[in-house]
Write a protein that binds this ligand. Structure first.
Ligand SMILES: Nc1ncnc2c1ncn2[C@@H]1O[C@H](COP(=O)(O)OP(=O)(O)OP(=O)(O)O)[C@@H](O)[C@H]1O
Ligand SMILES: [Mg+2]
Length: 234
């Protein structure tokens, strides 16, 4: 197991966001988390990345607790986040945004890795000297992935990467997630686009009001009667 989340609870003041939530990611997997608005999916990702405090439970990465570590320490351990809303530096260039992803690295492969990321996202190559703020939403999302990949994560967390993208870019971003996974990066994906998220996932979790309501393989969840009712009204 690469990541093991054990019975975590997070409250915002006295409001319960998630309670006794458990899930895991095996090495090499894509795991998707789906569920209605406010169910606690983003909170679960934020808890892993040290952005919210745990009221209970524990989180293990490669068998060691990472509870209480800061985001920069987690990046060093091999966990990166593609945050919701992308959070790029709009007045900096595409190249500068990628370089920022590598700010914790001291090795000599940085240039080489930028080349690899531009091969994965040719649309960024054409715009390398442009400011991130002028890119289309889809291109910005690719840059957000590129920046996170510059940290060479073993586990990539992504919060709703397809939201706000045109249908073409939605398809592209899911293809790119599969490509990234094939290079050996495990992925924990939160998505509104439940069908596509389950189609590319090895396994998935369905959240419901602060808890994990269902879990199974992507294939199992795609044909699950409750999932069908909640997500595609069948
Ligand atoms: N910063 C915050 N302060 C107070 N309450 C919050 C905060 N962030 C989230 N919540 C509450 O915590 C619960 C879980 O929210 P969360 O954002 O994790 O859900 P989500 O599943 O990601 O939803 P969405 O699909 O809308 O992104 C909700 O009830 C939400 O209103
Ligand atoms: Mg969310």
């Amino acid at each position: 197991m690469l990541l093991e989340v054990r019975e975590i609870s997070v409250f915002y003041d006295s409001v319960r966001a998630i309670e006794h939530v458990s899930f895991y990611v095996n090495s090499g997997e894509i795991v998707s988390m789906i569920g209605p608005n406010g169910a606690g999916k983003s909170t679960a990702l934020k808890a892993i990345f040290g952005l919210v405090k745990l009221q209970g439970g524990d989180i293990l990465f490669r068998d060691e607790s990472i509870k209480g570590l800061r985001p920069d320490e987690l990046v060093f351990q091999g966990i990166s986040l593609v945050p919701d809303g992308r959070r790029l530096f709009p007045s900096m260039t595409v190249l500068e945004n990628l370089e920022i992803g590598a700010f914790l690295r001291k090795d000599k492969d940085i240039q080489n890795d930028i080349e690899k990321i531009l091969e994965l996202f040719p649309a960024l190559k054409r715009r390398i000297k442009q400011k991130a703020g002028v890119l289309s939403t889809g291109e910005q999302q690719m840059l957000a992935f590129g920046r996170a990949l510059m940290q060479k994560p073993k586990l990539l967390l992504a919060d709703e990467p397809s939201v706000g993208l045109s249908p073409d870019y939605v398809a592209t971003i899911f293809e790119k997630i599969l490509e990234i996974n094939k290079t050996g990066t495990s992925i924990l994906l939160v998505e509104q686009n439940a069908r596509m998220a389950l189609e590319i996932a090895h396994r998935g979790y369905v959240f419901k009001i602060g808890t994990v309501f269902l879990e199974g393989t992507g294939k199992e969840l795609l044909v699950n009667e409750d999932v069908k009712k909640v997500f595609w009204g069948d």
